[in-house]
Design a protein around this ligand. Structure first.
Ligand code: ATP
Ligand code: SF4
Length: 327
């Protein structure tokens, strides 16, 4: 089995926020998640808005330390990486990110060439024009020379995301986090970008952490899936199991949800089959956090919290009533 690129055990991330005069509240954005991302794997973290996915990606990028729990990268504890200048520099080089909105994550005053040169300059690494051109070539922007002197507003949305991907790959990272990498794109472009990511994963020997609220879209790219709800992991396992036999009612709901026709408005629209809203992260309901929306909920669900248990090899689900849910 491949080495664990990322190892997370009981990781929590709480934020303290002001909620009035002299009053504070704790937001449990991530509330005790565990996961292992093996080297070369595409690990997708899915859930609705507010489930804690982006917070997980910030933790993986080392942008914020966990409130508690253990987070390791290739066996090295993030706490130790964050306090050691040399380790942190190597870490920043080897863990890169692609964000949802390519337009806002690219500097409109820089040319594509300047954007792709920046990582080399920041990390004081030698580069030449053929390295920049081959990055563009690898993300399908051909001929590369035609794009070098263009500005962000002179290329399409899909091409902008290709530039973001090229920039993330510039320093040959080991891990790339992709936070809703296709959410801002049209349906046909989404598929092209996902196919490109699949090709680049093997070409560059990458490990992906993909954050998304569109579970059905991840079918071709996911190896493992972690489903989050209100800061907790409620189902986790090999993608083929989750797609062929999801066990948790929430995962089933996510799979049945069809993204709205215009993906640009996807985030604003509620999922069609999942009724109700996710609970507040300040005051999550007792028991199973999904009980306020679950058609299978009984008294025990309202009082006790279900623990993750193995339902098939490496496939875990947290639900008291699996027999009723999975028939
Ligand atoms: P989205 O898709 O909307 O980004 P998400 O699943 O990625 O949702 P997060 O962004 O991780 O969810 O947020 C989880 C919860 O933590 C939300 O209630 C959010 O408001 C809260 N949160 C995230 N970051 C902070 C912060 N820096 N300070 C306070 N609360 C935060
Ligand atoms: Fe639904 Fe109860 Fe299972 Fe939670 S534990 S998902 S409320 S049946």
């Amino acid at each position: 089995m491949n080495e664990a690129a990322i190892f997370a055990e009981d990781v929590k991330k709480y934020y303290t926020v002001k909620v009035g005069f002299r009053k504070k509240a704790e937001i449990k954005a991530v509330d005790g998640i565990s996961l292992i991302v093996r080297e070369g794997e595409s690990h997708c973290i899915v859930g609705e808005s507010g489930s804690g996915k982006t917070t997980v990606s910030k933790l993986v990028l080392g942008l914020e330390p966990p409130t508690s729990g253990t987070l390791k990268f290739f066996g090295e504890d993030l706490k130790e990486i964050l306090v050691d200048k040399n380790k942190l520099r190597a870490f920043r080089k080897s863990v890169q990110a692609v964000f949802q909105d390519p337009y806002s994550s690219l500097n409109p005053r820089k040319t594509i060439k300047e954007i792709l040169e920046k990582p080399f300059k920041v990390h004081q690494i030698d580069y030449n024009s053929s390295i920049i051109e081959s990055l563009l070539q690898d993300v399908g922007m051909v001929p590369p020379q035609a794009f070098l002197d263009r500005y962000v507003h002179q290329i399409s949305g899909g091409q902008r995301q290709r530039v973001c991907i090229a920039r993330a790959l510039a320093l040959k990272p080991k891990i790339v986090t992709l936070d809703e990498p296709t959410a801002a794109l049209d349906v046909t472009i989404k598929a092209q970008i996902l196919n490109l990511l699949i090709d680049l994963k093997s070409k560059y020997n990458l490990t992906y952490v993909i954050i998304s609220h569109e579970l059905p879209l991840l079918k071709g790219i996911a190896d493992k899936i972690t489903v989050m709800y209100a800061g907790k992991v409620i189902e986790q396992g090999p993608a083929k199991n989750i797609f062929s036999k999801p066990h948790h009612p929430y995962t089933i709901g996510l799979l049945e949800s069809i993204p709205p026709p215009d993906p640009k408005t996807a985030k604003e629209k509620p999922l069609p089959v999942m009724e109700g809203e996710p609970p507040s992260p300040v005051n999550p309901p007792p028991g199973c956090r999904f009980h306020t929306r679950c058609p299978f909920a009984t008294d025990v669900c309202r009082k006790e919290e279900p623990k993750l248990s193995e339902v098939e090899k490496e496939h875990f689900t947290a639900c008291f009533h699996l027999r009723n849910v999975v028939q």
